[in-house]
Design a protein. Structure first.
Length: 193
């Protein structure tokens, strides 16, 4: 199980103590913010693994492929094309998670459950390295059924990894089979911005 320390909105000086304490996997929500702080940190600590956990715009695919070691937010056809093109250009294959809109919430990113199979087939045809599924369950509803459903969807599609669970529900996510949990405020305190 991989603990992804979500360092969004936190400056490098807040991140370094976690690295020095042994944490090696970090997550950012935005490509631009990551570009501002992580190249220097990765130079200083070359064994860091950096994950993009926020929504990715197609026009940022090239920057994301260059900087991140894993992307958790593949959720639409246009991004399949953009990521395939970016990975071919960089001659680098970055592991991906498909984000599923598990609670069918209009305001959230993620592929609709009914469209998951088609998106996975498209990603496979584009030779994208999809390793698992990611979700953010609806807020203030018991998350266990949503995590269990994501685990079933992953199993149905032969995917081994599950990116699910955050500071408030990671224990439940782990019980439901999470391979990656995304924890920010429990490690860093409340968001800075």
């Amino acid at each position: 199980m991989s603990l992804i320390a979500i360092s969004k909105t936190h400056p490098a000086e807040r991140i370094v103590p976690l690295i020095e304490a042994g944490q090696r996997v970090f997550g950012e929500n935005r490509v631009q913010e990551a570009q501002d702080k992580w190249p220097a940190l990765k130079e200083r600590f070359p064994d860091i693994e950096l994950h993009l956990v926020g929504q990715l715009q197609s026009n940022k695919a090239e920057d994301a492929v260059a900087l991140f070691d894993c992307i958790h937010s593949l959720d639409r056809s246009s991004l399949v094309g953009a990521l395939a093109k970016a990975m071919d250009k960089a001659q680098r294959r970055v592991p991906l998670f498909v984000q599923v809109n598990i609670g069918a919430e209009e305001q959230k990113g993620g592929v609709a459950i009914a469209e998951l199979s088609a998106l996975l087939a498209e990603a496979c045809a584009a030779e994208l390295p999809v390793e698992g599924l990611m979700c953010v369950p609806p807020f203030e509803i018991e998350p266990a059924p949503f995590f269990a459903f994501l685990a079933k969807l992953a199993d149905d599609h032969g995917l081994a990894k599950l990116s699910m669970g955050m500071s408030g529900d990671f224990e439940t996510a782990i019980m439901q089979g999470a391979t990656h949990v995304r924890v920010g405020s429990a490690l860093f305190g409340e968001r800075a911005g």
